[in-house]
Design a protein. Structure first.
Length: 242
């Protein structure tokens, strides 16, 4: 490391590595005089590391997301999408920059209309949908299940109990319209998780992993429409938990 103060940026750190990286950096001596910025999908304030400042970003607003989509298509004069096409991109991605980039890049590389790329993105049985499902959501869902395991139970029982809790929590959104939110009390009742504290713990963990999003002073909750489509497609018709 150089002697003069530097800003070190670690971008898109994966879920399993985030807390480990924060603890390592805090004890490595790098933070004096240097500063580190980490971007990750998992909240890491729970590490208890001093001097850690965590900022939650909900992504760009609609105007900024549209500007980003226009910026990406500007590199390919043959693409020439209409404004309505770019609006479709932003709506399908729900302003998520990574998904905007994936849609535009697929349209460029595969020479497909944007509407066809969006269709492929939503099809979890196809190559594109399956890849996005695995990269964006499967890892986080697995981490959620691991974090919810009860250390006081035998390993197999703890794994089954945690998996059931994750399924009950996420399946609630299978019976809600895409893009809608649910009130906190309704969320608890529909989850069929009998213990309120267990439900609150699971919900908080899901929010930390950016699987569930809180709204209106933590009084309502929602999930990304793509996550809802993918998750419920894995669970059969109407997202049945049976």
């Amino acid at each position: 490391m150089p002697a003069e103060p530097c800003l070190i940026v670690v971008d898109n750190l994966e879920t399993r590595e985030a807390e480990v990286a924060v603890r390592y950096l805090a004890g490595s001596g790098i933070l004096d005089p240097h500063k580190v910025v980490i971007t990750t999908r998992e909240a890491v304030a729970g590490t208890g590391v001093g001097r850690l400042r965590e900022l939650t970003w909900d992504g760009p607003d609609h105007a900024a997301a549209s500007a980003y989509a226009r910026y990406l298509v500007a590199d390919d004069s043959l693409l020439d999408p209409r404004k309505s096409d770019l609006d479709d991109v932003v709506r399908a991605a729900e302003r998520t920059p990574l998904l905007i980039q994936i849609i535009i890049n697929q349209a460029r590389v595969e020479r497909l209309p944007i509407r066809d790329v969006i269709g492929r993105l939503r099809d979890v049985s196809g190559n594109l949908g399956r890849a996005v499902w695995t990269y964006c959501y499967v890892n986080s869902l697995n981490v959620l299940e691991q974090k919810l395991r009860d250390p006081g139970l035998p390993e197999e029982s703890a794994r089954e109990q945690a998996a059931d809790t994750v399924a009950n929590l996420m399946a609630v959104f299978c019976f809600r319209p895409a893009g809608s939110s649910i009130a906190s009390e309704d969320f608890f009742e529909l989850s069929q998780i009998g213990d309120r504290e267990a439900f609150l713990h699971a919900r908080a963990m899901a929010c930390r992993l950016a699987l569930v999003k809180s709204l209106r002073n933590n009084e309502r909750f929602t999930v990304h429409s793509l996550l809802r489509e993918f998750y419920c497609a894995q669970r059969g018709p109407c997202g049945s938990a049976s």
